[in-house]
Ligand binder design. Structure first.
Ligand code: C5J
Length: 232
C-alpha cells in the first residue's frame, strides 16, 4: 500500500475515512467514581460492574493510538472541593442519601483530587496526554477542550468511555455542532443500562450519520495499524 492520508474504517452507517494525523482519541470519564463500588455511580443505585466491559477495548485502542502517535485526551467529570462549580440543580438531583461532595469509601464523591475522581489504573494517562476536568456531562462545556483540539488541527474524534447515553452522547453532540467528525467505539463505551447503550449507539448513526459513526474497536485498531504500515 502506498502512503495515504486517510484510512477506511468499516463503520455504521457507512465506512469512516480516518485521518490519524487529524484525529484525537477522547476517553470520557473512565473514573473510579463511575466504575468502582462506593463512587458516584453506585451512589445513584447503579450496578457499576456493567461498565467494566469497556475497559479492555479502550485499553487496546489506547495502545494503538499511543503507538501510532494519535493524540489521546482523557476527561474527568467532577467538581472543585468548594463545589463552587456545582449547580444547585445538579447537587439536589436524586433521592438517595449520598450526594456529590459527600464522603465515601474513595473520598468525597465526584470531587477533584479525591481517589474516586481518578481515572482507573488500567487507563491512566501518561505524560503529554491532556486531561480535561469538566463540571458537566459534555466535555466542551466550561473546559478548554475545543481550544486544545483546534490548536492541534484536530477535526475527527474517536470517542470512548462512560456512559454511552450520558457523557459520551453529550460530548458527541457538542462536538458535532462544532464541526468535528465523531466515531464512537461500540465496545469501548458502556452504560448502566444495556438497552440505553444499544439505543444511544443506534441514535448516533441513524439517519445516515446524524451525529456520526459507530465502529468496533478492532476495526479502528486495524485501520490505524494499516495506516501506520502504509506510511512507514
Ligand atoms: C454520568 C457520565 N452518567 N460520565 N456521567 O453521570 O456519563
Amino acid at each position: 500500500m502506498v502512503g495515504a492520508m486517510t484510512v477506511s474504517v468499516p463503520a455504521r452507517p457507512y465506512d469512516f475515512s480516518l485521518d490519524p494525523a487529524k484525529a484525537a482519541f477522547v476517553i470520557i470519564d473512565m473514573q473510579r467514581d463511575f466504575l468502582e463500588p462506593g463512587g458516584f455511580g453506585a451512589a445513584l443505585g447503579n450496578d457499576v460492574s456493567l461498565l467494566q466491559t469497556a475497559i479492555g477495548p479502550i485499553g487496546a485502542v489506547l495502545d494503538s493510538c499511543r503507538d501510532a502517535g494519535v493524540l489521546v485526551i482523557h476527561t474527568r467529570e467532577g467538581h472543585r472541593p468548594d463545589l463552587s462549580d456545582l449547580p444547585a440543580a445538579k447537587h439536589r438531583r436524586g433521592r438517595g442519601d449520598t450526594r456529590i461532595g459527600d464522603p465515601g469509601p474513595m473520598g468525597r464523591i465526584l470531587v477533584r483530587g479525591e481517589a474516586g475522581h481518578d481515572i482507573i489504573a488500567e487507563l491512566a494517562p501518561i505524560a503529554g496526554e491532556p486531561v480535561i476536568d469538566k463540571p458537566g456531562k459534555g466535555a466542551f462545556y466550561a473546559t478548554d477542550l475545543e481550544a486544545i483540539l483546534r490548536g492541534r488541527g484536530i477535526t475527527q474524534l474517536i470517542l470512548a468511555g462512560v456512559t454511552t447515553e450520558v457523557c459520551v452522547h453529550t460530548t458527541m453532540r457538542e462536538a458535532n455542532d462544532r464541526g468535528f467528525e465523531c466515531l464512537v467505539l461500540e465496545d469501548g463505551t458502556a452504560s448502566y443500562f444495556p438497552e440505553f447503550h444499544r439505543t444511544a449507539l443506534a441514535m448516533a448513526c441513524a439517519q445516515d450519520g446524524i451525529f456520526g459513526w459507530v465502529a468496533p474497536s478492532q476495526d479502528v485498531i486495524t485501520a490505524i495499524s494499516n495506516h501506520k504500515g502504509a506510511n512507514a
